[in-house]
Design a protein around this ligand. Structure first.
Ligand SMILES: [Cu+2]
Length: 568
């Protein structure tokens, strides 16, 4: 229930807070100015795209149920869109943000006012650009507090700290993008990973600005971890400290005490750190988990410091945490597979776990290749690298799918996205015939009735290069009810599903040469993107969209478009 706006208006630090009667959901207003700003990292300076000159960008704060209105001004020379990752935006796909899916880009000099409507989310999310690769520097945290009068599902921490994992190229990111699109090969790897915008002590010219968290012995800290890196799943750990996972993707989890975590691009993980070790300095660190054979990766380690308050002589250098080896798939899934929804009396699951479903989809996610004239491209054997879902490599339309759907414009997209792959074969075999590597180009969507219940098995393949794919869905979260290695077995595997307390996520890493099964009810009418959150795979076409039709009542129908949609 939302109250009417207008009783009092508070203006604090350029942030407008409009309050209605007590306990009402608030409407807050923020200004995002996209502009180029010079930043120096790894001893060299370049111009990067920022929001309000900040990198990482400003944090959005809200309580569950609030709406934040963000005025986005594009004062840069590139097209841009902004996506509110993990925010369901009930009935309002217009403000979701993915380029050519729900809007055309905001052109240089343009402006778009976006409503960010919080409903079921509670915890940590993030926002990022959703056009080309500009999200590399255009991103920031979203913190959703419990509603007034309710509390966290865990003890109140002494302090809360966003920990944003990022990625840095010394080269201009648009040059990296253009080069790899042109060559058809893999993109240049990054030069460093970042913690809160900083590569850390192990990198040149970086020591002085390393992110430092000062802690008091005996207190607990809530680390709101976000993987904003473009290309890689990351391992993260803190030396000599265990951490307790309490949430992921803005949904509470059963407390899980671990030595390290695995976090996919797109995913957020809330963890509690108890400052319970001898007073000293300790490193927190992150480095890559990269499973694809023959694919180069950035093998550097990013660090930040935990410093206990007090009088003592710290270890020099501070101890580094243990992190699993770069290609340790077992370590990766060992963490991810242990997440469970909290599902307690005080904090029940926010959405019912579908016990039965109307639709069962099998979607293969593959890296592919297209033949290239004279074998002159930079992919394997002179081919051009591509990627697909159910063998369709997604081609961006010229106007956004949402507008075409709403205005009944023909010829923009097709409605024949298949429920299963066109060919059944041993998807995860060691050797696969080269002929299977070539996908079809297409702009196909899957159309669903309002409230459709769906089971979607995301099946990895070993085409071109078997690897993990962090698949992300817009508009609603899904329950991860099962996963495994090899090919999904539709007779045996569903018997092992967890339909009691599966984790509610918006991003799930489909394991290398394995599968992940998710269940959800599509209760949010609109056009919703689903894609791999490894940026190179997204650029190659590993994506599709769902159209969820309107329901019978006003409350189950899409809102009309706002008057200021950016023109195509
Ligand atoms: Cu992928």
């Amino acid at each position: 229930m939302r109250c009417s706006v207008g009783a009092q208006v508070l203006q604090i630090l350029g942030l407008v807070l409009v309050l209605g009667t007590p306990y009402c959901e608030a409407i807050l207003r923020r200004k995002f100015v996209i502009k180029e700003t010079p930043y120096t990292r790894l001893c060299s300076t370049k111009s990067i795209l920022t929001v309000n000159g900040q990198f990482p960008g400003p944090t959005l704060y809200a309580h569950k149920g609030d709406t934040v209105i963000v005025d986005v001004y594009n004062k840069a020379k590139y097209n841009i869109t902004i996506h509110w990752h993990g925010v369901k935006q009930p009935r309002d796909p217009w403000h979701d943000g993915p380029e050519y899916i729900t809007q055309c880009p905001i052109k240089p000099g343009g402006k778009f006012t976006q409503n960010v409507t919080f409903s079921l989310e509670e915890g940590t999310l993030w926002w990022h650009a959703h056009s080309d690769w500009s999200r590399v520097t255009v991103h920031g945290a979203i913190i959703v507090y419990p509603k007034n009068g309710t509390s966290y599902a865990f003890i109140n921490p002494h302090r809360e700290v966003p920990i944003i994992l990022g990625e840095w190229w010394k080269q201009d990111i648009f040059a990296v993008y253009d080069e790899f699109r042109q060559s058809g090969g893999d993109p240049n790897i990054s030069d460093a990973y970042l913690i809160n915008g900083q590569p850390g002590d192990l990198h040149p010219c970086s020591k002085q600005d390393t992110f430092t968290l000062v802690v008091e012995h005996g207190k607990s800290y809530l680390l709101r971890l976000i993987n904003a890196a473009l290309q890689d799943i990351l391992f993260f750990a803190i030396a000599n400290h265990q951490v307790t996972v309490v949430g992921t993707d803005a949904s509470y989890t059963k407390p899980l005490k671990v030595d390290y975590i695995t976090i996919s691009p797109g995913q957020t993980i809330d963890l509690l750190l108890e400052a319970n070790q001898p007073a000293d300095h300790y490193y927190m660190a992150a480095r890559v988990y990269s499973s694809a054979a023959g694919v180069e990766y950035d093998n550097t380690t990013t660090t930040a410091r935990i410093q206990y308050k007090g009088q003592y002589t710290p270890s020099s250098p501070p101890p580094l945490p243990y992190l699993p080896y770069y290609n340790d798939t077992a370590a990766s899934v060992n963490f991810t597979g242990r997440l469970r929804s909290l599902a307690s009396g005080d904090h029940p699951v926010p959405i019912t776990v579908p016990q039965t479903v109307k639709h069962k989809f099998l979607f293969t996610v593959s890296v592919n290749t297209f033949p290239c004239a004279n074998d002159s491209c930079a992919g394997p054997n002179g081919s051009r690298l591509a990627a697909s879902v159910n063998n369709i490599s997604f081609v961006s339309p010229s106007i956004d799918i949402l507008q075409a759907y709403y205005d009944h414009i023909k010829g923009v997209y097709g409605t024949r996205f298949p429920s299963k792959p066109p060919l059944e074969f041993n998807f995860t075999a060691d050797y696969l015939p080269l002929a299977l590597e070539t996908p079809q180009n297409g702009t196909e969507v899957k159309v669903l009735e309002y409230n459709a219940t769906v089971e979607m098995v995301l099946q990895g393949t070993n085409l071109a290069a078997g690897t993990d794919h962090p698949m992300h869905l817009h508009g609603t979260s899904f329950y991860v009810v099962g996963w495994g290695f090899g090919n999904f077995d539709k007779k045996k595997d569903p018997k092992k599903y967890n339909l009691v307390d599966p984790p509610l996520q918006n991003t799930i890493a489909v394991p290398k040469n394995g599968w992940a099964a998710v269940r959800l009810q599509f209760f949010n009418p609109g056009v919703w993107f689903m894609h791999c959150h490894l940026e190179r795979h997204l650029s190659w076409g590993m994506e599709m969209a769902f159209i969820v039709k309107d329901g019978p009542t006003t409350e189950s129908q899409m809102r009309p478009p706002p008057p200021d949609m950016p023109p195509c």
